[in-house]
Design a protein around this ligand. Structure first.
Ligand SMILES: Cc1cc2nc3c(=O)[nH]c(=O)nc-3n(C[C@H](O)[C@H](O)[C@H](O)COP(=O)(O)O)c2cc1C
Length: 308
């Protein structure tokens, strides 16, 4: 099907290519189902599920800004119990692609409880810990607090045998520290990264546009910054990195792989171009073939002089 070998492996999670949607920024059964061939994806990533039901934040929850968008959705969730009882995972498994569930919480205990409930579930292939939502509660992000981050990853590791992906916050001084803590505490991979805290003010009303005042910035504006974080994280890690931030075309994804990423996630770009992930997969394949490469490992990290 491909001209080259695009397969990647993250612990026991086997993907036929390195491309998956970013959590919360993609809908599998409504908006995109009729236009996008889901079976082409390397994996599907679900919207974060919380331990308990949550309404999400006050509207407006979305604002367009130059080079991207702000969201302050705040993870509305039916809670993990209802999510499991409703058979949501069985539903996703019908897409015949590995399923990564994203979970979020307010404290390490929340994550542990959810993972205990998921242990042995035949409908998931990996767990991503959303440790970095800027829109939940007080805005405290577990992945910005090194102690809490370590405690969360370590305690979850003791209760789950699924591949564990720690989704990190870019709102930190040095991503190398939080990435390394995640690795040392048992994560099988890290996702670099979530959104950047930002805001927009309406100069007519003289008030913040978002109901939550602040939100998370995503889209093309963040790509150079997240690319640098992937580059930095790769220099200290021995586990795979999933790059996430501002991918709008195949070249963006290729830059991330050259910096050291094993896989990539596409978020806001899907809103602009519903076929983007297919184009990214094909574009990576073309690039490898044109450059005489046989597999992703031929290019992974080769732009990274800190590692080589
Ligand atoms: C509308 C929206 C909802 C999101 N919801 C979640 C979420 O539930 N869990 C999560 O980990 N990240 C969430 N994110 C963050 C994305 O997964 C991703 O990390 C971020 O948007 C950066 O990637 P991008 O620039 O490709 O959009 C959300 C982003 C958007 C735009």
């Amino acid at each position: 099907m491909y001209k080259t070998d695009l397969s990647v492996q993250i612990s026991t999670l086997q993907m036929k290519n390195p491309v998956m949607p970013a959590s919360g920024a993609y809908d599998y059964f409504e908006d995109n189902a009729d236009v996008f061939p889901m079976c082409t994806l390397g994996a599907i990533m679900l919207k974060s599920v919380h331990r308990y039901p949550r309404p999400g934040n006050k509207p407006p929850r979305i604002a367009e800004v130059t080079g991207g968008m702000l969201n302050s959705i705040g993870i509305p969730s039916i809670g993990i119990e209802e999510f499991l009882n409703k058979g949501m995972l069985e539903h996703y498994k019908t897409l015949n692609v590995p399923v990564v569930i994203s979970i979020s919480g307010g404290s390490p205990v929340d994550y542990v409880e959810i993972c205990k409930m998921l242990e042995g579930n035949p409908f998931i292939d990996a767990i991503e810990l959303n440790l970095s939502c800027p829109n939940v509660g007080t805005g405290l992000q577990l992945a910005s607090d090194e102690v809490l981050l370590g405690r969360t990853v370590q305690s979850v590791r003791t209760v789950t045998s699924f591949p564990l992906i720690a989704k990190l916050s870019p709102n930190v001084t040095d991503i190398r520290k939080t990435a390394k803590i995640s690795e040392e505490c048992g994560a099988d991979a890290v996702t670099v990264a979530n959104t950047y805290m930002g805001m927009k003010i309406d100069i007519q009303t003289k008030k913040p546009v978002l109901g939550n005042i602040m939100g998370g910035l995503s889209g093309p504006a963040i790509k150079p910054i997240t690319l640098h974080m992937v580059y930095q994280a790769y220099s200290v890690l021995n586990i795979p990195i999933i790059a996430c931030g501002g991918i709008m075309c195949a070249s963006d994804a290729i830059e991330y792989i050259l910096a050291g990423a094993t896989a990539v996630q596409v978020g806001a770009g899907n809103f602009v171009n519903p076929m983007l992930m297919k184009e990214v997969i094909e574009g990576i394949d073309d690039y490898l073939a044109k450059n005489g490469c046989q597999s992703l490992s031929d290019i992974r990290g080769i732009a990274n002089c800190r590692k080589n």
